[in-house]
Write a protein that binds this ligand. Sequence first.
Ligand code: ADP
Ligand code: MG
Length: 396
Amino acid sequence: MNLYEYQAKELLIKYNLPVLKGYLCNNLIDVEQFISSCNIKNGPWVIKCQIQAGGRARSGGVCIVHNTTDILSFSTKWLGNSLITYQTTDTGELVNSILIEPSVKIIQELYLSILIDRDESQIICMASTQGGTNIENIVQKTPDLIHKITINPLVGIYPYQGRILACKLGLSGVKINQFAKIVVDATHMLLKNDLMLIEINPLAVTDNDQFFCLDAKIISDHNAIFRQSELLNICAINKTYNTLPDNQWDSINYVPLDGNIGCMVNGAGLAMATMDVIKSLGGMPANFLDIGGNANKECIMSSFYMILKDTKVKAILVNIFGGIVCCDLVADSIITVLSAYNATYIPVVVRLEGNNAALGTNRLIDSKLNVVVTNNLVYAIQQIVTAVKLNNANIN
Ligand code: ADP
Ligand code: MG
C-alpha cells in the first residue's frame, strides 16, 4: 500500500520527525477557506498535487506561490485533473487533493531512504548529499555519492550508526546529531509499522540549520496491514483504500448484485433475510455482504468503504445483530469512513440490535452525521427504500 505525501507526513509527525505544518485541500471550498484563514504575509507557500507518484515538480505539480491568486489558479488547474509525471502511466494520476505548506529557504537537499533488503534480511539506510528532483540520475551516474549503512532488524538501530552516516555525508556540528536522530526515529517508524520503504527526498537543511522532511514516500507491507490499525486510520483519511483488493479480508462474503441499496450485515442468514425484506418492501439490494461474526474495525471499515465506492449504490443499509461483534465497533467504523470521505451525499440507515447496541446508537447520534439509527429492522428498511425513491425522484 502506498501512502500519499500528506498521509506519510502524518505518520512522520507521530515519530517526531520534522515536518512543516501543511494544509490539505480536497476541493476549492477548502482552498478558499485556507486563503481566508491564512496570513498571506506568512508566505510564500509551496503548493503540491497529491498523487502517489514522484516527479511532480518537473511536471508542474509542485509550485511556489506568493499570493492567493496563484494558490487559487493552481488549485483550479489541478484539482479533479490528471497529473502526468515520468513515474505515472501515460494517462497520469487523478489529483484529488492538494497540500499547501510554508516555503522554507533550503541550503541543502539531502536524500534519505530506509528499506528492507530481502536478499540480505537486513534493513538498509541510504543517504546522499544530492537529494532533490534529480536523485535517479545521481544513482545511475555517480553511485559513489550514495552512502549506505545496514541495520540488523532484530537488534534495531543505534544512534552511532546515524552519526556514521551523517559523517559520510560531510555534516558537521549539531547537524550530526540532528541527522542521526532523524535516521533513528525513521528506522523505528519503519519497524513499528511494518513498512517496506520510507523515502525522504528532499530532507532539507534550511538557512537556520533546521532539517525538514519536505517530501515523503512510504510503502507499507500489505501482508502485515491487519496488525497496523494506526496506519489504516491514517489511510482512511482518503482514497488509499482504492489500492486494497476488495477480498482482502477472508471473513467477508461479498456478492455484487444489480440493485442500488448497499447492504452491510453480520451473518449470512441475516444478510439473506435482509435482502428478502428489502425486496418485499419495494427495494433492490446492490450486494450481499456478510462481514462475518468476528469482524474487527479494519474489516468493517473496508466492507463499508467497498459499498460506498460502488457507483451504483444510492443508499446504504447496515443491519447488525450484535453477537460477538460489538455494535459500538460497527458504529465507530462507519463514523470513521463517512467522516474521512465526507460522504454526506449518501443516505445511510443503521439498524443496531444486541451487543452494545445502545452504545453504538449513541456514538452515531453524537457524531452528528446524517445517519438514521434504529433498532427496528422493518423501519430501517422502509427508511432506506424511501430514501432511494426520493433520490431517484430528485434525479428525474
Ligand atoms: P516531487 O519529488 O514529486 O517532485 P517534492 O515534494 O520533492 O516533489 O518537491 C520538489 C522540490 O520542491 C523539492 O526538491 C524542493 O526543492 C521543493 N520544495 C518542496 N517542498 C518545499 C517547501 N516546503 N519549501 C521549499 N521548497 C520546497
Ligand atoms: Mg520529492
